[in-house]
Design a protein around this ligand. Structure first.
Ligand SMILES: [Zn+2]
Length: 93
């Protein structure tokens, strides 16, 4: 308790107009006004964070690239089909 009393105060302006008297947490920031998360600090934490945020993978770089390839292949096939039909028509089929 002595430690909490000795800790620096936040001093953010509160809705009542007074300044926040909350003591700093162990990390030196106010528990209510300390600001946004600074994100994962370790490679392991970053990996855990990515896994937690992963929904279905349909927007992942790999999947988007694959869809692009498949769509291009479909366009190529349609073009080839169109040209083939034209050639057959010109040949009198
Ligand atoms: Zn505060």
């Amino acid at each position: 308790m002595d430690k909490a009393h000795a800790a620096p105060r936040c001093c953010a302006r509160t809705r009542s107009g007074l300044s926040c008297q909350s003591p700093a947490m162990a990390n030196g920031r106010c528990r209510m006004h300390g600001g946004a998360s600074t994100g994962p600090r370790t490679a392991e934490g970053l990996a855990r964070s990515k896994r937690a945020a992963w929904k279905h993978g349909r927007r992942s770089a790999r999947y988007v690239a694959l869809k692009r390839l498949v769509k291009q292949a479909a366009r190529d096939l349609r073009e080839t089909t169109k040209l083939s039909e034209q050639m057959l028509r010109n040949a009198g089929w």
